[in-house]
Design a protein. Sequence first.
Length: 181
Amino acid sequence: MEAWTDLYTEIAERINEKLPDIQWIDLWHEQVSYLTEELPFPTPAVFIGFNTTNCNDLSQLIQECEMQVDLYFFYETFSDTYVGSYNQASAIDYLRTLTQLHTAFHGTSGDNFQTMRRVDMKREESGGAGNLYRISFACNVEDASAQVVHDQQTVNEIELTDETYQRPSTTDSEGMFVIPK
């Protein structure tokens, strides 16, 4: 991984590919707690959050980071989940999508992350608006974003020409030392 955008983009593209019913994919910054102040977004929506839990140096400016990737699944619905409700089928579609989100990532690897495994899933407070669940995955990423591509030493400019040069003679007509008489 050369930048955090690589990881975000790969995860967002996987969600878009595996769960076409998701209407909005974004970086998590607690949007559902500020629905009246935030940019309106359609639901169902998935928000992606990143946390490092540990980082180890591998080589100069490259680290292997243990990551927690949080996927916040938000869905606004007026359907009822209670047994016998006339719209229970549409209400429990939320749970099916939650399961699909889990299966889209658990046990998978990508170009920018090693094998993910689910480590937590729980309901989050949404301020009374809709359903919000968080599925947390653990994985390792190799972060090379700080690695300098070029050598860190300063090199004086070198000019190359295609002129032919003549080698100096290896025989001396004069001695190397002048010995006074």
